[in-house]
Design a protein around this ligand. Sequence first.
Ligand code: FAD
Length: 469
Amino acid sequence: MSTAARQAAPPAPDDGRPGGAPARAIVVGAGVGGLCAAARLAAAGSEVVVLERLHQVGGRWSSRDIDGFRLPTGAFLIAMDDPLAETFAELNVDFPVRAIDERTVFSVNGRLVGTGERGGLRALVGTAAELDGSDADTVLTRLRAALVSPPPDGDVSLPQWLVSSGAGPVVVAAIHALVQAFMGLNAVEVTATAFLDYLRATAGRGRHGIPPAGSRSLAENLAGFVTSHGGDVRLGSGAKGLLVEDGRVVGAELAGGIRLRADVVVSDIGLAATAKLLEHADDEAAAKVRSVSAAVRGAPGITCFVASQQPFFDHPVVVVAGTRRVCLVTTPTLVAPELAPPGWHLTESISTFASSADCSDPKSELAEHLADLDDLLGDWRSRGRLLQSATYRGEWPVYRSWPGTDPTNRFLVPGLALVGDAVKPPGWPGTGASAESARLAVNDIREGRHEPALSPTNGLATEPGATRR
Ligand SMILES: Cc1cc2nc3c(=O)[nH]c(=O)nc-3n(C[C@H](O)[C@H](O)[C@H](O)COP(=O)(O)OP(=O)(O)OC[C@H]3O[C@@H](n4cnc5c(N)ncnc54)[C@H](O)[C@@H]3O)c2cc1C
């Protein structure tokens, strides 16, 4: 039977809930995208059940305690002015994030740039251009023009585009570090267009903060909002499969054969894992999600956490250029001493892989990362203690999809919505991207735009950068 013929009718019009909210929704995965979607649906009057396979909420936006230190499971630097912060403000949920007083600082060939003032990119390009003899004004003028009207050559790699715009090697290396730190990839792996989308989405923003009780406290507040609106957040309760009837997703199956039905199922677990949940229910639906998933690559990364009694940097967030791998060194305890035992500091470093397409040798990537720490933190091996190193890839990457290449169709199968960083709207980085994916998906569900309308490009149609509907 053809897909069109098999698609059952969408749920009956809502019975009094404002704005077309579905009567019952299941959200699979309590990451930032899933929780934002669940909270928005609960606020709109839907009865929401959140299924989370782990025993805590937040996914890669949570925390765990090691030797008295509170370490993140992923995100630790929280934007104060992006779609995630807006979600908390709109729903009036407590947002316990302590603002970092200064803007992000850059270290270019050992020189600290951008301390405190606005216009970090201008300061970064200016200093880097002084070091390589290129003309900062030429590069910045081209960047500004490209932000207003997309350049015809935007599909080339970012370094190639920067060089054609007058950038020298130190400017390219400095922007590479910025891309690693906030887009999770190497500059050569993003197009000029993807970088310009990022600059456009975050223009005039960029204030960050640290949650003093860890990211988990934020996730718990959103989960609390869901339960206080009649929802149910089930921990240690993974979905084992999705229920499909006449080509439409109608619920989820849990351990022990328990079946839950809903008008809409929202998946926050990525495309590959969602396709797996569909496998035993409907071959055609599984194949559709799998075919889009095949074009999606995850962005891997490595972090190290060092405990020390004295901090290594006086600035909480330093983007470092010109290293082997490491792009960002943060000292969250300069802002939130609560994250460490009294008298201790926590330093986190993060790196991309040499090639984000190949994460098969994390051991040698970690060796490069540690060699960078020797350069950046000097005597850290005697002054500090490596609390933990961690590799993020596979089902737990930095991003499930390379920024700029995300599938933007969140409705591949009737009754199913995709959220999270596998389907980031163009431009937005980090947790803000997942929050924005949830906002867009819930808007579409409430306005009845959520039935699949595959574009001729099979779900990979582009969505205008950072637009709001
Ligand atoms: C090391 C690292 C550092 C980062 N730093 C930052 C940062 O500083 N700032 C920032 O904004 N972003 C940062 N990010 C990115 C950010 O963490 C992610 O983009 C974001 O958290 C992804 O959220 P998500 O909605 O895609 O869901 P995920 O976090 O992927 O959550 C999915 C959830 O689904 C659950 N699940 C999986 N399968 C099932 C199932 N079958 N049934 C039920 N539940 C299931 C998982 O357990 C998980 O809890 C970082 C990421 C990493 C890894």
